[in-house]
Design a protein around this ligand. Structure first.
Ligand SMILES: NC(=O)c1ccc[n+]([C@@H]2O[C@H](COP(=O)([O-])OP(=O)(O)OC[C@H]3O[C@@H](n4cnc5c(N)ncnc54)[C@H](OP(=O)(O)O)[C@@H]3O)[C@@H](O)[C@H]2O)c1
Length: 269
């Protein structure tokens, strides 16, 4: 049986084994998918071992998404741009690294009927997840894409790096005061500390929507901020989680699974 795994530290919280088990059943494929905890110091050795043991692919979650890129024989262009790898594909002699976050994110926006084209979009956060969705967002042709972080130099550095792919306006959170956006996307991790990013005043235009890459309890603070802004729609990142898994599954197995039923099941649980 072909074997796959999600690797992280810790990893027991991961929903990936359940998601991929559902995808396998739905597409009639026999495969094994497990969660393997790997301490950062053991990552290089364990990845080489997993290759030797015949694993066909892996998902990488925190804290391995950045370091794993350096351990891959090849890295896709989108993973290089993101500076992070979340999907590993076996090659004869090593691993190929890819990043399915951006494609999964755009797929979920489509599921939700959230348009980016012609809209003023604000993206909060400058970590791996934000970097992974920037080019797919630019490809959707927003009227303006503002990237905001809590310090000035990271958005500036990223805007410069992404120049060949389109225009990103770099801003600090504080300097957003007085702006209005049609779509505000939270790609910070601050929800895991029970807080929302510190943002100045009204930022959401009438009828605007908010999307949070975080889900579960980490989504609550940003959801509260979004409601206080009068958001017409507030979405969490559960749909993206399942969509990015579907992209990984397709990279490995050549078939794109349906996601809606799996998202529903996760929400119920
Ligand atoms: N739904 C999905 O499928 C999916 C996929 C990937 C990630 N995510 C979620 O997306 C979030 C970000 O993940 P990541 O991998 O990008 O993490 P990361 O690389 O650690 O980046 C975290 C970002 O949050 C910012 N941040 C942290 N505390 C903050 C605060 N108090 N105020 C303002 N900004 C703050 C950081 O700012 P500095 O750079 O200044 O430190 C950084 O820009 C996480 O909640 C993760 O669970 C969801």
């Amino acid at each position: 049986m072909d074997r796959y795994a999600v690797i992280g530290f810790p990893v027991s919280h991961s929903k990936s084994p359940l998601i991929h088990a559902r995808f396998a059943r739905q597409t009639g494929q026999e495969l094994g998918y497990e969660a393997i905890e790997i301490a950062p110091a053991a990552l290089a050795e364990r990845l080489a071992q997993m290759h030797a043991e015949g694993y066909r692919g892996c998902n990488a979650t925190l804290p391995h998404k950045l370091v794993v890129a350096k351990l891959c024989e090849q890295v896709s262009e989108r993973a290089q741009l993101a500076g992070a790898v979340n999907t590993l594909l076996r090659t004869d002699s090593g691993w190929r690294g890819d990043n399915s976050d951006g494609e999964g994110f755009i797929a979920d926006l489509r599921n939700l009927g959230l348009a980016v084209a012609g809209r003023r979009v604000l993206l909060l956060g400058t970590g791996g997840a934000a970097r992974g969705i920037l080019k797919p967002l630019l490809d959707e042709k927003p009227a303006e894409l503002v990237l905001s972080g809590r310090n000035p130099w990271k958005p500036e550095e990223i805007a410069e790096q992404f120049k060949p792919h389109g225009r990103i306006v770099p801003r600090t959170h504080a300097s957003l005061k007085g702006d209005l956006y049609d779509l505000v996307i939270n790609a910070t991790s601050v929800g895991h500390q029970g807080a929302a990013p510190r943002l100045p005043g009204q930022l959401l235009a009438p009828g605007g929507a908010c999307y949070d890459l975080s889900y579960g309890p980490a989504h609550a603070p940003f959801a509260a901020w979004a409601r206080s802004q009068g958001a017409a729609l507030v979405a969490d990142g559960l749909g993206m989680l399942v969509e990015q898994a579907a992209v990984s599954f397709e990279l490995w197995r050549g078939v794109r699974p349906q996601t809606a039923g799996v998202v529903e099941e996760l929400r119920r649980s």
